[in-house]
Design a binder for this molecule. Structure first.
Ligand SMILES: C[S@@+](CC[C@H](N)C(=O)[O-])C[C@H]1O[C@@H](n2cnc3c(N)ncnc32)[C@H](O)[C@@H]1O
Length: 246
């Protein structure tokens, strides 16, 4: 019942935002940029979409972003999450932010009731499940043996593992390293969570990754999006990156 209500509220706010601003979402703009990258032959194929840290709003936003660009277009989507809330055995050295007071409160916030329930909710949100693969479990485990089907390139990566996510983001970046190509696009939701502290959270993980591999590859701000307030409903400045490889 609560989930249904949440979905209805999300749908209404999405429609109101679109009506007021008539603008593409950030994700839709990333899809457009990815398509341009392929058209300009900067990367050979559009690639697939990898999403770490799921939620109905963010998965649906990507799906709708693709359809907004071209209703006949589909991306293969691989969605990584526990689907039962964040694991509590990682990143415990970082403080909670906002109104969240305890581990239990933090865990409950993202408990989607398991992978089957999440699938049903995606269906209710009219996401075509033929193109979606859900990979349940902690990314520290699930990325260990995951192979991208048909060795497809990666076009867009979305990382939103929460603000206490240094270890998890670093593990995801290590998993992605062999797949990086020039112009693979990244969205980091929590990149500004620690007031620019270069050692904490997603930014800390990104800096550690870039420093470790500075002679081979890196993930840097995508100039197309830098310094721009790219969505009407949220301030999403400087959260879009892309990769380079030697
Ligand atoms: C901030 S929420 C994602 C919100 C979502 N993007 C949305 O827009 O609704 C973070 C998600 O990452 C998941 N998560 C955090 N750490 C994880 C880990 N190490 N492995 C798998 N999932 C994790 C949490 O369970 C939660 O679902």
């Amino acid at each position: 019942m609560i989930n249904r209500l949440k979905l209805i509220i999300e749908k209404i706010s999405w429609r109101i935002t679109k009506f007021i601003y008539g603008k593409e979402s950030l994700i839709s703009q990333m899809v457009i940029t990815n398509e341009k990258i392929v058209t300009k032959k900067l990367r050979p194929t559009r690639g697939c979409y990898l999403h770490f840290g799921a939620g109905i709003p963010s998965v649906k936003a990507f799906y709708d972003g693709v359809k907004q660009f071209n209703k006949n277009l589909n991306y293969n989507m691989y969605i990584f999450d526990t689907f039962v809330g964040p694991p509590m055995n990682f990143d415990t050295n970082q403080k909670f932010s906002g109104n969240i007071k305890s581990n239990t409160e933090y865990g409950n916030l993202w408990n989607y009731g398991g992978v089957d329930k999440f699938k049903k909710d995606l269906m209710k949100s009219k996401v075509d499940l033929n193109f979606v693969t859900l990979i349940p479990g902690e990314v520290q485990e699930t990325t260990k043996n995951f192979l991208i089907p048909n060795n497809e390139d990666i076009g867009i990566v979305y990382i939103d593992l929460g603000s206490k996510s240094y270890d998890s983001v670093l593990c995801v970046l290590e998993f992605l390293k062999p797949h990086l190509k020039n112009f693979t696009l990244f969205f980091f939701d929590d990149i500004h969570s620690h007031a620019g502290n270069p050692h904490s959270g997603a930014l800390g993980a990104l800096n550690a990754f870039n420093n470790k591999y500075k002679n081979e590859c890196g993930i840097v701000k995508c100039p197309t999006f830098s310094g721009r307030k790219v969505t009407p409903d949220k301030i999403l400045v400087d959260e879009v990156y892309w990769s380079w490889v030697k």
